[in-house]
Design a binder for this molecule. Structure first.
Ligand code: 6R9
Length: 656
């Protein structure tokens, strides 16, 4: 018997989309970029770093002698906020809009680069007046209001390390993150809008800081005007402290390796890890990738990334990447269906958005809502579409290009992680012949490959593990306060080869393009075959009745594990014969990718459990499929979802 492969390759995709000649002719990135990177990788990254403004130039591009702790642009000094704000004003672009802010209730703010400089300077002066010093940690627990961005940039300007905690997280999640980083200040708002209603945020801060003695002050932006409890001496209104400050602040240059931020990522199990990023290398790669992958033209584009700043995508592709490139962008406070399901398309039409970057979960939701909704709006300004967060199923990719991109925009599927800091694997929109569902290949300057259990690269058509085989500028510089965890989590699996292990399964297709196949923790072992969740889910989503699908492996007496699928249907019909449809879906998967992947059970559900950034939490579905007590749900976006799923299943509905 041959050894089972690390991951089976089941799905084949023959459609491909080259860039139009017109797009290719005007693209920022051409094929030369790859040649330059291949010729001399360090010289290539030095050239990318030169796109930024440095107070002192580096004397060494990369020092990897302390691996797995990298130092990039050794000896160089810069100010990250100066690079994102002041230099654009100095080059004569003070009147250019940096942020078109759109609030959920419909209020708007227009913030130019000159405005941004004033606001960030005032905020920096306010933080100084509170006694904060370079290296101190600041927790930012806020909805998508402009002050959240001013706060991040003010921290960067002063060398303070920000730790943004998603505004939907609980008081306990905030408390543990404040404690781990020993933060001195929390910046928050009185409340936030959620699906049209104001809800409190400050109350969670009050609860969290009761048990975190390192916190000296709580700085509160008034957003909803709701009732707040107040602790005199500790709590301060933003408008009292910031508004009175001077608009002038001279930025100081910090070492390229000065810490910029900590961002906590929970992964699938265990205590959240504080992922640490530093300044020069991080900004270099965030800026480079934003410019080349989205083809940003700062004078004409209107860019929109729909992420929350509590997610790494918000850090790198709302704050640092776009602002370093002098982008004009939309920042939207609300949910995509408030006040109606066409909200995003309305914003795109109104502001003539040309680059739109979102997550597969939202694309599948738009598919479920129906293509007639985007069809009512003028989306002709769009010229690049992006995707991030999960594998994008080929059908969702096609739908996105067809119904949002008028069948002609490039779609860039971007693979990266909190840990990688910036995009690693993605097509270049003017160069790559893209395949729907594939992130294609490592960007110029990046080393990524798919290897087997022994660390050997698999051949074309082979599946295995995605690894990063060369250090990259925006790589994490460790896990805050836990060196051992950093080494064990990322560097132990392929220690002999010195590879970073990302935790994702992947494969090469026959042309060598990379396909991401989901987290390796989720891989299903069925009759000796390692089957990825992604391929079975993509097969299900390719059926015209399936809007979303999540599959998990559940213990099976004959096959080891059996595939259990949870599906959300498109267009539910009353009095439909569920049994017939379930049978059809099982057959459909068998036909698309083979009988080995045929689900043992298909359960029709109304919702799937997801994290706040939209990733499906298969761990919880596994608990359901195996009739176990449901595990930790603190990072679940909607805590009622699991009850709904369990009760639906216990009544036996939708089972095969
Ligand atoms: C940016 C971000 C990282 C994990 C990553 C992978 C999944 C992200 C993906 C993708 C397939 C893509 N992921 N982008 N999988 N294709 N284009 O999402 O960071 O929240 O840390 O998650 O997300 O599993 O390992 P983070």
């Amino acid at each position: 018997m041959t050894e089972p492969s690390a991951l089976d390759n089941l799905l084949t995709e023959s459609r491909s989309f080259p860039p139009s000649e017109e797009f290719a002719a005007q693209a920022n990135a051409t094929a030369a970029l790859q040649q330059e990177a291949d010729a001399d990788r360090e010289a290539f990254w030095a050239k990318q770093a030169e796109r930024l403004s440095w107070a002192t130039k580096w004397d060494q591009v990369l020092d990897w002698s302390g691996a797995p702790f990298a130092k990039w642009f050794v000896g160089g000094k810069l100010n990250v906020a100066y690079n994102c704000v002041d230099r654009h004003v100095e080059s004569g672009h003070g009147d250019q809009v940096a942020i078109h802010w759109v609030g959920e209730p419909g209020d708007t703010r227009t913030i130019t680069y000159a405005d941004l400089k004033r606001e960030v300077s005032k905020t920096a002066n306010a933080l100084l007046s509170l006694g904060l010093e370079a290296g101190d940690r600041v927790a930012i627990y806020m909805p998508m209001v402009p002050e959240a961005i001013f706060s991040m940039l003010a921290c960067a300007r002063l060398g303070l390390v920000h730790s943004v905690v998603f505004g939907g997280f609980s008081a306990e999640a905030l408390r543990s993150r404040i404690e781990d980083a020993a933060a001195k200040l929390v910046i928050t708002t009185d409340g936030q809008y959620r699906r049209g209603n104001p809800v409190s945020l400050k109350a969670a801060v009050d609860e969290a800081v009761e048990k975190t003695p390192t916190i000296g002050n709580v700085l509160v932006v008034r957003r909803t005007g709701g009732q707040v409890d107040w602790v005199d001496g500790r709590d301060l209104w933003w408008h009292d402290v910031v508004d009175a400050q001077s608009e002038n602040h001279t930025p100081e240059a910090f070492d390229a390796e000065h810490p910029l931020f900590i961002l906590y990522t929970s992964g699938t199990t265990g205590r959240p890890k504080g992922i640490l990023h530093t300044s020069g290398g991080y900004l270099t790669q965030a800026s480079y990738t934003h410019y080349n992958v989205f083809d940003l033209k700062p004078d004409t584009d209107v860019y929109w990334c729909t992420a929350d700043i509590g997610w790494v995508t918000g850090h790198s592709y709302i704050v640092y990447g776009p602002l370093s490139n002098r982008a004009t962008q939309i920042v939207y406070e609300g949910t995509p269906n408030t006040p109606h399901e066409g909200r995003h398309w309305e914003v795109i039409q109104q502001y003539k958005v040309s680059i739109y970057y979102t997550a597969p979960t939202l694309i599948r939701t738009f598919m479920k809502w129906g293509e007639d909704i985007p069809a009512r709006y003028d989306l002709s300004s769009l010229r690049v579409l992006g995707s991030v967060g999960e594998p994008i199923n080929p059908e969702a990719w096609i739908w996105y290009r067809e119904h949002i991109g008028a069948g002609k925009t490039p779609v860039v599927d971007t693979w990266w992680q909190t840990e990688t800091g910036a995009i690693m694997v993605a097509p270049l929109p003017g160069v790559t012949v893209a395949k729907p569902g594939s992130a294609m290949g490592p960007l110029p300057g990046i080393g990524a490959k798919v290897v087997d259990d022994t660390g050997k690269e698999v051949g074309k058509g082979g599946g295995g593990y995605l690894v990063l085989d060369k250090p990259w500028p925006s790589m994490l510089r460790g896990v805050w306060g836990d060196e051992q965890r950093y080494r064990e989590t990322y560097w132990a699996r392929f220690a002999d080869q010195g590879y970073y292990f990302a935790g994702d399964g992947a494969k090469y297709d026959e042309d060598g393009a990379i396909w991401l196949l989901g987290r390796v923790d989720d891989v299903m072992l069925v009759s000796g075959h390692n089957i990825s969740t992604t391929e079975v889910e993509s097969a299900l989503v390719s059926h015209n009745r399936v809007a979303e699908a999540a599959v998990v492996g559940a213990t099976d007496p004959t096959t080891g594990q059996g595939i259990v699928a949870f599906v959300i249907l498109r267009g539910i019909k009353e009095d439909e014969d569920g049994t017939a449809l379930v049978k059809e879906l099982r057959e459909h998967v068998a036909k698309e990718i083979g009988p080995i992947a045929k689900p043992r059970q298909v359960m029709v559900v109304a919702e799937l459990p997801k994290t706040r950034s939209g990733k499906i939490m298969r761990r919880l579905l596994r608990d359901v499929a195996e009739n176990r007590q449901i595990g930790d749900v603190t990072t679940l976006a909607d805590s009622t979802v699991m009850d709904l799923i369990s009760s639906g299943l216990n009544s036996g509905k939708g089972e095969d």
